[in-house]
Write a protein of this length. Structure first.
Length: 108
């Protein structure tokens, strides 16, 4: 942990640092966050609902629940972990979300 041994010869190392908790962090409660809502691309093909519980649900080409998973917002970056196990990311610029080749705006 932090470049220091946690175990030494099978035993706790002297002055053992705390090892990081393995796994993926839980999403924070995003109730009231200005980026929670349904983001829609310019052609109305992709609808991406960012939910306050840190989950997302995508409709693509009219097919509901095409992709679902978790997301984390850090400043202007959003990271996605799909329930199928793949990662993706996006970025906001001037309140426009750029994700893959899509350009999305918050629906009204």
């Amino acid at each position: 942990a932090d470049g220091k041994p946690v175990l030494w010869n099978g035993d706790d190392a002297p002055e053992r640092p705390t090892a990081p908790t393995p796994g993926i962090p839980a999403s924070p409660d995003l109730t009231g966050h200005p980026r929670v809502g349904v983001w829609i691309d310019e052609t109305d093909f992709l609808h991406q609902e960012l939910q306050a519980d840190g989950r997302y649900d995508e409709t693509r080409g009219g097919r509901p629940h095409a992709y679902q998973g978790r997301f984390w917002i850090d400043g202007d970056r959003i990271d996605y972990l799909d329930d199928l196990g793949f990662w993706a990311y996006g970025e906001w610029k001037d309140n426009v979300l750029y994700h893959a080749h899509y350009i999305l705006r918050l629906g009204s």
